[in-house]
Write a protein that binds this ligand. Structure first.
Ligand code: TXA
Ligand code: MG
Length: 355
């Protein structure tokens, strides 16, 4: 069976772009997951690294392949709302409301888990993260496997999340059994994670489903979790510094665009005088004002969806250059801009300059 598919350093490459091969690709992926193996697959947000969510041995392989800390739980993906019953103790009205509005889609709900969900999947927590992805290949895979699939983003821990199959292969070839190539991910940032086990709904990670949309759907207050290094964090994932590019990234942020532009130019000049190779990660509108060794254009400031879609790919592209320092432009933190800036802030760590 393997003979039919090309291998890339030990990982089978399942091209689902070809319609006649698509069903065969899914069938093959199903057989791998059912026997406890790992398959990376596209979702609308980012590529996921999937295993049978109810098989502890299979789930452990995910942590090993990614180099993921054992205390960081996984998201369980489902194709139908009816699957919730076996996975969670109770389904609050809020969950029904959100699921009917935003599923399939980039929203993950944290609910109280049943004993059916292995502790390996929840990293020992009594809650479980669940999401129904809005990608035809992901849904087909889930339907055909007839099992919930645990899947974190399919990157090595600490690398930007993968938005193309080639990103998955760059990080994980030889460590996963197969990858399904379904092209580029439409959203490009990971799902919104919403905790429904608190008194009030709490956003643990901002994503494409915004705080305003959640509050409007539930007709109640929705909070955004903050973590300032105190312990314990509201979500295990919050304490890990994700998306750190190889070169230090300086994020320049401010309400006045001209001030941001001027600050980026000044910082760039300073680093270049020090003899450092500088890369800029800026909008199409700002790019013409700058001079630098490398300029990566993220997209138009008027189109946050485009900026978000391209962010992780751009960080990977910059990682592949010989840039010694990266300076990135900040964006307004409203709507999707909240999620975009959350990822940029994580990439910057301490290096945030407000003007
Ligand atoms: O869009 C996405 O969510 C992608 C695609 C593949 O679905 N998946 C993804 O998974 O981003 P991952 O593992 O990279 O991020 C999951 C986040 C982590 O920050 C984790 O700590 C948090 O969700 N999480 C998972 N289960 C949790 C739980 N029971 N309580 C609190 N946080 C949880
Ligand atoms: Mg991740």
């Amino acid at each position: 069976m393997t003979g039919k598919w090309p291998q890339k350093k030990g990982t089978i490459y399942l091209d689902a772009g070809n319609i006649t091969r698509k069903k065969q690709a899914i069938d093959y992926a199903v057989s791998i997951i059912r026997r406890g193996g790992l398959v990376a697959f596209p979702t609308e947000t980012v590529y996921g690294l999937g295993a049978d969510a109810l098989n502890p041995q299979a789930v452990l392989k995910i942590y090993k392949a990614k180099g993921r800390p054992a205390d960081n739980p996984l998201i369980v993906h489902i194709a139908r709302e009816s699957e919730l019953e076996q996975l969670v103790e109770e389904i609050p009205d809020d969950a029904y409301r959100l699921a009917s509005k935003f599923w399939p889609g980039p929203l993950t709900l944290i609910l109280k888990s049943t004993e059916k969900v292995p502790l390996e999947t929840t990293a020992g927590l009594t809650t479980v993260a669940i999401r129904m992805p809005a990608h035809p290949l992901a849904l087909e895979l889930l339907e055909a496997t007839k099992r919930p699939i645990a899947a974190p983003s399919a990157n090595s821990s600490g690398r930007p999340s993968p938005t193309m199959a080639e990103h998955v292969l760059a990080d994980l070839s030889g460590k996963v059994d197969a990858v399904i190539d379904g092209g580029s991910c439409r959203v490009g940032l990971e799902s919104t994670v919403l905790d429904l086990t608190q008194k009030e709904p709490l956003i643990l990670r901002p994503g494409a489903v915004t705080q305003e949309e959640l509050a409007a759907c539930l007709k109640k207050n929705v909070n955004q979790a903050v973590y300032q290094g105190d312990s314990p964090p509201p979500s295990p994932g919050m304490k890990y510094r994700h998306y750190a590019p190889r070169a230090p990234l300086f994020l320049v942020n401010g309400e006045k665009e001209d001030a941001v532009k001027a600050a980026i130019a000044a910082l760039c000049q300073k680093f270049r005088r020090q003899g450092r190779k500088v890369a800029l990660l800026v909008s199409a509108e700002h790019a013409p004002y700058h001079e630098a060794d490398i300029i990566e254009i993220l997209g138009s400031r008027d189109r946050p969806a485009e900026l978000s879609r391209r962010l992780f790919m751009s960080l990977r592209l910059l990682d592949d250059t010989d840039a010694e320092v990266i300076i990135a432009e900040g964006y307004p933190e409203k709507g999707l801009g909240v999620a975009l800036m959350n990822r940029l802030r994580k990439a910057a760590g301490e290096n945030i300059i407000c003007v």
